[in-house]
Design a protein around this ligand. Structure first.
Ligand SMILES: [Zn+2]
Length: 559
């Protein structure tokens, strides 16, 4: 027993150490709010209004990164262009502590101070509002690996050649380069110059401007000419070949959708990416013109952890090994491509608003199936989605805090449940043309900008002329959805009796009916908190048609 206590104490001490603390606290949520507890430091670093953050606006990241596969290190220089939005002599940035700084340059720079995973850039004078400047930071090192996860994956392809991919969404872009790790501050442009050994190809976001060669290396100069989320900035290195798919966009303009695949997968990729133009066509019909034609549309075969995919703007990482999971399509590809609208074009203001990205991308999967295969197939797909809803944490997370691992498995409901919430809004609105018009208009009104959940709610209310606040409160801020308690008995007349009621009173303003189908017949019911009964023929199977009425839980009180 004593040994067990000692072992337990050691494990807790290790987990409580600086590196692991952010992850541990995620598993020890507050008992009342069911959300993680955040310390003073997390609130300081993650605050959108912290004066050391809010005093400057980043306009461009110009990132040169030398990728060294043998040492499994990067050596890098980043020029951060910024404009002052207030008077201040100190800027706060983020950079993971195990990346070593070689030099920092900026006009009137006094010194820098590192504290935990942040950088305080201290100037000799107050930089004045409106002033523009450049901060150049040279650094090197190995990005952090934690429990097999990282922002930079050093893998080998099937021919044992280097295959190196990046993705920073989970652990944070500050693990790869110095940045202001707040979602709302998107640079207006970005340059990614990736230097690699000469036999390898580097693919990043945006357009390939040029390739420069030395005797042993090649540098691929990519540029993004649009605002880009900080966690979307990425590069991938491997023995890539390019595939092109012709596409005519929603405005009749000829376009090309590109895919970079490993050379030995060219044939596989050619066939696989036949689906891309078809998916693009449906998504453009739903949400309007693809937002990044001037930067391009590209998919890249990647080696992210567990084969995961990632919505890197104009350079989507595909890691699921050419799987086809729905008829001739891959719904993850639908999901990632729809992020170009939901997440990349319209972006949440704070990481707490991530449901706007993941909920709409997940619902896009169902909308794509509806458009191509019909409503019933889409309803079945949504029903499946409801099986992996956790209902253990509110969808809206804590805002104004520094997240590590911000898409924690316990926050999985920002995907499936948020998708079901959006579907519930659609059912409650009961006006599909208006619902789809709202989705399209949102992409125009909030194009290339960041919005809060409250701004989205106001927009939805304004467009519909109704108040959907109770729905947003119930589905996003509470974690238990409406629950139908039911029991089924049989009477002597060869009838089945379904008894049903709401487990709790529905909040005022929520009008959620339920539908039971039995054979060919549909019964629309208006439950209360008192049990009511419905008689059905014994020989007919019955179903609660959740997707016709909106998302709720079913609880059989006899089981
Ligand atoms: Zn997603």
């Amino acid at each position: 027993m004593k040994k067990l206590v000692i072992a337990f104490t050691i494990i807790i001490s290790i987990l409580s150490s600086c590196k692991f603390r952010p992850f541990l606290k995620y598993y020890l949520p507050n008992k009342t709010t069911h959300l993680p507890n955040f310390k003073k430091w997390d609130r300081f670093v993650g605050s959108n209004t912290n004066s050391l953050r809010a005093c400057y606006d980043i306009t461009c990241y110009d990132w040169k990164v030398n990728v060294l596969p043998i040492k499994e290190e990067i050596k890098s220089t980043i020029k951060i262009h910024f404009k002052m939005t207030g008077d201040q002599d100190t800027l706060l940035l983020d950079l993971q502590s195990n990346l070593k700084i070689d030099a920092v340059e900026s006009d009137d720079l006094k010194k820098i101070k590192r504290k935990r995973n942040t950088l305080f850039i201290i100037y000799k004078r107050n930089l004045k509002r409106g002033e523009k400047s450049i901060l150049t930071i040279s650094y090197h090192g190995k990005p952090h690996v934690l429990l097999g996860n990282s922002t930079l994956f050093w893998e080998k392809d099937k021919k044992n050649r280097p295959w190196i991919c990046t993705s920073t969404e989970g652990m944070g872009p500050d693990q790869l380069f110095p940045c202001k790790n707040l979602l709302y501050d998107e640079p207006d442009s970005c340059f990614i110059h990736t230097q690699v050994p000469k036999d390898l190809t580097a693919v990043a976001n945006g357009k390939l401007d040029s390739i420069t060669n030395s005797t042993t290396t090649s540098t691929y100069h990519w540029s993004v000419h649009n605002p880009i989320n900080i966690y979307n900035i990425s590069f991938n290195v491997g023995n890539y070949v390019k595939i092109k798919k012709d596409y005519t966009d929603i405005n009749g303009i000829p376009r090309v959708i590109e895919a970079y695949v490993l050379d030995y997968n060219k044939e596989l990729g050619e066939k696989y990416y036949d689906q891309a133009p078809l998916i693009m066509k449906e998504l453009e019909k739903l949400y309007g013109s693809f937002p990044w034609w001037n930067d391009g549309c590209r998919f890249i075969e990647t080696c992210l952890k567990d084969g995961s995919c990632m919505e890197h703007q104009s350079a989507i990482s595909m890691g699921d090994n050419y799987a086809i999971n729905y008829m001739n399509f891959n719904t993850t590809l639908v999901h990632e491509l729809s992020h170009e609208w939901w997440g990349n074009n319209l972006t949440g203001y704070d990481y707490a608003d991530a449901w706007l990205h993941e909920g709409f991308a997940t619902y896009s999967e169902a909308l794509f199936i509806e458009a191509v295969f019909g409503k019933q197939k889409s309803a079945n797909y949504l029903n499946n989605t409801s099986r992996w809803v956790g209902n253990i944490r509110p969808i809206i997370k804590t805002s104004d805090v520094a997240y590590k691992c911000w898409v924690n498995p316990k926050d999985g409901d920002i995907y499936g449940k948020a998708s079901l919430f959006i579907h519930t809004l659609r059912i409650a609105l009961n006006d599909d043309p208006l619902f789809f018009e709202i989705l399209k208009t949102a992409q125009v009104k909030f194009a290339k900008s960041n919005i809060t959940t409250d701004q989205f709610l106001s927009f939805f209310n304004e467009k519909t002329g109704k108040d959907f606040t109770p729905y947003f409160d119930l589905y996003l801020k509470e974690f238990t959805p409406p629950t139908i308690e039911f029991s089924i008995t049989q009477n002597s007349d060869n009838k089945k009796i379904v008894n049903y009621r709401w487990a709790q009173e529905l909040p005022k303003g929520i009008d959620l009916k339920i539908i039971i189908s039995s054979g060919e017949k549909y019964y629309t019911l208006t439950p209360s908190t008192t049990f009511q009964s419905l008689e059905l023929p014994l020989d007919q199977k019955h179903y609660f048609e959740i997707m016709k009425t909106g998302y709720y839980l079913l609880k059989d009180v006899n089981n």
